[in-house]
Design a protein around this ligand. Structure first.
Ligand SMILES: *Cc1c(COP(=O)(O)O)cnc(C)c1O
Length: 712
């Protein structure tokens, strides 16, 4: 039904022929990431060869290709396992056989969702952080809701960087090559059997891109890749790294994603009902669409036709985060793209906040805002911030009338709800509850889950996390070159019963991890006190963000203080897999953004789903979620004096931890259950569960943006 079907069938058949007959249904399962959110998906692959599964990076295509014959034969002879394989394959084909949901988008005219990064699974390393996680969750949820959608992105050959920290807390980066032939994806070929390519004018080159297809359930994700021998060395490099530091290359990436993406859809025979630009990176799609509209209509009419086809989500609430480029940077890289539709001045001015001020730089966000029929921010508060920030793009409108609405982010529940809490909720919320995850009534039975059961699930999840931290942290420390005693301290130090506090996210300065190190005596008192807590940290700083990297060093400076070696751990190389384990196991999830810089944030939503409690600045999603009884809050007012705000917020953070969180955790009844804590968990699950599910989010997108006639 979609381009690449034949290529997929061929790849699946090829893989199947290498497998013993009873395991052959797994070949099809391996080429669709739907397995990753099927209840028994990962466990079934792992059961074939547990060690190889880990070694393959949980990549089923690699597992099935690389597992020794003996392991495959053993699995094929295991009736119980073969039964699971059969059920898994049947579940996936039944999911595909469902009819499409009614709506403007149809199989023939799906939503085309454009994004610079997609976090679908740790084995597909084309993401950096929250933006990618959101995009991946949207594709998965669209699949679950049977909403016709295709994704459009880039296949980065070396992805985002991997992280190593040295003994002084300094971050080092390295990149690993990704071999698409070992990923569960296929190169899309045309009717002639040759790989399909499109070209994009960049600088003086017609850069060619081939197209890979990765299936995310019912949603095909098409990824453009310029690493072709016929391109120049520069042309080949364009899709090498996500968030490449070289600004000219970044512009070239935007050209390949936006212009190349629209051309790819055409080459694939896909006519979208709407193009959803997720963040500004794909905004150059506008010029390709405009060039086509101008072939059939002129001036204003062509522009209106383009606007009918575009909707936009803005993510970055600080002007500096919305990159802008000078005419001198844009002309060489994108000049010929501008010539496609209206000339160079038009591109430059469409991207200026005030089009006629030629000294202003050109950014992707103003282009996308002007060219879309509907635009949204990613939380209620971010909506206010975005309207004020972009008001100058809409002269004559008051801030409240700026046409930017909001669809608050949500998270894909089957991806993020793991382990003991998933089992518990499956047992209480009724059959098929996931498809009703956006309804408060679905979560009502949480009220009657026995406190002891909720607490037992929490303790089991914490125990799993503590085991993981033990092994990961020792490995990290040995690699770093720490003394053996220090490395091993984590083993005896981390305790499965101890209050566990997590802080893990992209290490941008505005996320303020440094608050933890700002009042060291208070942090150390918590760690080494009478009722000690343990901290787990993780996160990557962008390679060019020296200020953010310095924050890791500030935190590491505390490492020789008493008890720290055993009760605080920084786990390297934060990724989707580590994130899922951390949000599932931490008791308290801390978020300290400098308001109003957190557009939404999603990791706290994941923690809440798993029965963790959120302690956060009232910014992003928490500003609309916190009700006084479902977690803890730090004031969210904007303060121009960053230094005093930091001092104040650090104090509030430690006051909350010391006077509320720690005592509540230790206040136990005769059975050892912390009743007040469990009551807060219940509130958190029942209030946050339905509102911050991707089910609610994607339904809102369909209603507010994708529907014909909707304007955002
Ligand atoms: C959820 C997630 C994020 C987003 O985290 P925030 O703290 O909400 O910004 C970033 N990275 C990974 C790997 C995630 O899973």
């Amino acid at each position: 039904m979609y381009a690449g079907d034949r290529d997929l069938e061929r790849a699946v058949a090829e893989l199947a022929t290498t497998l013993p007959e009873p395991l052959q249904p797994l070949a099809g399962v391996a080429f669709d990431y739907r397995w990753s959110w099927a209840v028994d998906g990962a466990a079934t692959f792992a059961a074939i060869d547990p060690e190889r599964w880990v070694r393959s990076g949980s990549n089923p295509r690699r597992l099935l290709t690389e597992a020794p014959r003996a392991a495959l034969a053993r699995a094929a002879a295991n009736n119980e396992l073969v039964g699971r394989v059969t059920r898994l394959a049947a579940e996936l084909s039944a999911d595909r056989a469902r009819p499409c949901a009614a709506g403007t988008a149809t199989a023939a005219h799906p939503v085309a969702f454009f994004c610079a990064e997609f976090a679908v699974h740790a084995s597909l390393p084309i993401y950096a952080g929250g933006l990618g996680v959101l995009a991946g969750d949207i594709l998965k949820e669209a699949s679950d809701l049977a909403l016709p959608m295709v994704g459009v992105g880039l296949l980065y050959r070396t992805g985002y960087f991997h992280q190593r920290i040295d003994t002084s807390g300094f971050q080092h980066e390295y990149w690993q090559d990704t071999d698409p032939e070992r990923l569960p994806c296929v190169r899309v070929s045309g009717d002639d059997g040759q790989p399909l390519t499109v070209t994009v004018p960049v600088d003086n080159e017609e850069v060619a891109a081939q197209i890979w297809r990765v299936d995310v359930g019912r949603v095909p994700l098409y990824l453009l890749d310029t690493d072709l021998p016929r391109n120049s060395q520069v042309g080949r490099w364009i899709t090498s790294r996500l968030y490449e530091s070289n600004r000219a290359i970044r512009l070239a990436q935007y050209a390949v994603l936006g212009v190349g993406g629209v051309r790819a859809l055409q080459a694939l025979g896909i006519e979208p009902s709407v193009h959803h630009l997720n963040e500004g990176h794909p905004a150059l799609a506008v010029f390709e669409l405009l060039a086509r509209a101008q072939a059939r209509a002129s001036g204003d009419e062509a522009w209106q036709r383009v606007r009918e086809q575009i909707v936009f989500t803005t993510h970055t609430p600080v002007p500096a985060g919305n990159e802008a480029y000078s005419a001198g940077e844009i002309q060489p890289m994108l000049g010929r793209i501008a010539d496609l539709a209206g000339g160079r001045d038009r591109l430059l001015s469409l991207g200026r906040i005030e089009p006629s001020r030629s000294e202003q730089p050109t950014g992707m966000t103003p282009i996308a805002l002007r060219a879309s029929r509907g635009a949204v921010a990613v939380s209620r508060r971010h909506g206010h911030v975005a309207r004020a920030m972009w008001q100058p793009v809409f002269p004559g409108r008051s801030v409240d009338d700026v046409p930017i609405g909001h669809v608050t982010n949500g998270v894909h529940v089957p991806t993020w709800l793991r382990g003991p809490m998933r089992d518990l909720l499956d047992g209480h919320l009724g059959d098929g509850w996931l498809s009703r995850a956006d309804q408060p009534a679905t979560w009502e039975p949480v009220r009657s889950i026995p406190a002891a059961a909720l607490w037992a699930a929490r303790c089991a999840a914490r125990r799993q996390l503590v085991e993981l931290i033990g092994s990961r942290a020792i490995g990290d420390r040995l690699r770093r070159g720490e003394p053996l005693g220090y490395a091993e301290a984590i083993g005896g130090g981390f305790d499965a019963d101890r209050l566990t506090i997590g802080f893990a996210r992209r290490l941008a300065v505005y996320k303020r991890l440094h608050l933890v190190a700002l009042l060291p005596e208070r942090a150390l008192a918590l760690i080494a006190g009478e009722r000690p807590v343990q901290f787990v940290f993780a996160g990557k700083a962008h390679p060019d963000d020296t200020e953010a990297k310095d924050v890791v060093r500030q935190v590491f400076a505390l490492k020789h203080a008493p008890s720290v070696a055993g009760r605080a751990a920084f786990i390297e190389d934060y990724d989707l897999d580590l994130a899922a384990r951390l949000v599932a196991g931490c008791d308290v999830w801390v978020n300290l953004p400098r308001p109003p810089n957190e557009a939404s944030g999603t990791s706290g939503m994941k923690a809440c789903l798993n029965g963790g409690l959120h302690l956060s600045v009232l910014d992003g999603w928490w500003a609309e979620a916190y009700d006084g009884s479902n977690g803890w809050a730090i004031g969210g007012e904007v303060d121009a004096d960053a230094w005093s705000q930091d001092q104040r917020d650090a104090k509030v953070l430690f006051d909350l931890l010391q006077h509320e969180v720690v005592p509540m955790y230790h206040e136990r009844d005769a059975d050892g259950v912390p009743q007040r804590w469990v009551a807060m968990q219940r509130k958190s699950l029942m209030t946050n569960g339905p509102r911050f599910s991707a089910t609610r989010m994607v339904r809102e997108y369909a209603e507010q943006l994708y529907r014909r006639g909707a304007t955002g």
